[in-house]
Design a protein around this ligand. Structure first.
Ligand code: SER
Length: 319
């Protein structure tokens, strides 16, 4: 069992709520402290209410539990961020810099900070977007992640703080719901199919985006964090790719299982965000440096999503 004590900030989010279980399995349930601004009922493990805009409060928890690693997952995502740009910037930057500062001033040996495909804009090649493509993000969320990547590099170069990061594509899982993102449609669509509802899709049928299945996203995170320090050559954030598809393709895959399922396309402001994002990702650096390799494609993921969501909704109905 590892000697590390892990703090997760944003533990109730789409990724956090799944990652927490994986980290509890790896490190032991008493070695993982989950935190968020709101609590969830029946949480299994150690939970602390934490507002990450309060640096002293983060410091206090780090001291109290002798935390050695932080996974900082809290952020306002791309679509929601556009509703209140300045508030989003303030919140995302303040939380991130608080975490980096507390880590610098304490015995934290590693920090995980998620970045996103949202750091790219229309100046990057949108097919097979390279690691080192020019960054001209068009959303506040993307600007805050691009700035965060540079801060991560700064803290590493100037203070030796071991911050590691991934540019996640859209994350798709049955365990949790995303909130406020542009890729959220790819989770919502499965829920509608299983509930036998027509899905109103906020992106057009041909909007291709890079995506990753939750199991692969979690494994990528853990593998990056466990990789030997000397292998981590990228100190901004790593591109990872897994699969790319558009709403028309995911719909066709679901329709094989639910032949009566229908989608209505009603593109809104999120279409403009998606139009400037990569369609596919070149992740050769992640493959070379820490052996990243995705396991799930659209077909495998769809089979699992539908099976697990069927179980979930049947259990709810039979209660
Ligand atoms: N899933 C995120 C979003 O759509 C991208 O990182 O905002």
């Amino acid at each position: 069992m590892s000697k590390d004590i892990i703090l997760i900030i944003g533990a109730n989010g789409q990724l956090g709520s799944v990652l927490i279980k994986e980290l509890q399995t790896i490190h032991g349930i008493h070695k993982v402290i989950a935190s968020d601004v709101y609590s969830v009922p029946n949480f299994e493990g150690i939970f602390e209410l934490l507002d990450a805009t309060d640096k002293a409060a983060i410091h206090e928890i780090v001291k109290q539990y002798s935390v050695t690693q932080i996974y900082h997952l809290a952020a306002i995502l791309s679509a929601k961020g556009e509703e209140q740009p300045l508030w989003t910037w303030d919140l995302n930057m303040k939380m991130m810099l608080n975490v980096f500062e507390v880590a610098r001033l304490t015995a934290i040996n590693k920090v995980f900070f998620p970045s996103s495909i949202a750091v790219f804009g229309d100046q990057a090649p949108l097919e097979n977007t390279p690691q080192s493509a020019f960054l001209n993000p068009a959303t506040v969320y993307g600007i805050s992640k691009a700035a965060g990547e540079n801060w991560a590099q700064y803290y590493f170069t100037n203070y030796g703080l071991d911050i590691r990061s991934i540019r996640y594509p859209g994350v798709i899982g049955y365990q949790s719901m995303p909130g406020g993102g542009t890729t959220d449609y790819a989770v919502d669509i499965y829920h509608s199919a299983v509930k036998k509802e027509t899905y109103g899709c906020f992106l057009s049928a041909d909007t291709k985006l890079p995506m990753v299945f939750m199991a692969d996203a979690i494994r990528a995170t853990v593998e990056l964090m466990e990789a030997p320090k000397e292998n981590i050559k990228t100190r901004t954030a790593y591109n990872i790719g897994a699969m790319s598809f558009n709403p028309g393709e995911i719909f066709a895959e679901i329709k094989k299982v639910y032949p009566t399922f229908e989608v209505e396309y009603q593109p809104d402001f999120r279409q403009d965000i998606a139009n400037k994002w990569p369609k596919s990702i070149d992740d050769s650096e992640a493959r070379n440096d820490w052996n990243w390799e995705p396991k799930y494609n659209l077909k495998l993921m769809t089979a699992l999503m539908l099976e697990k969501l069927e179980d979930k909704y049947n259990t709810i109905k039979s209660k």
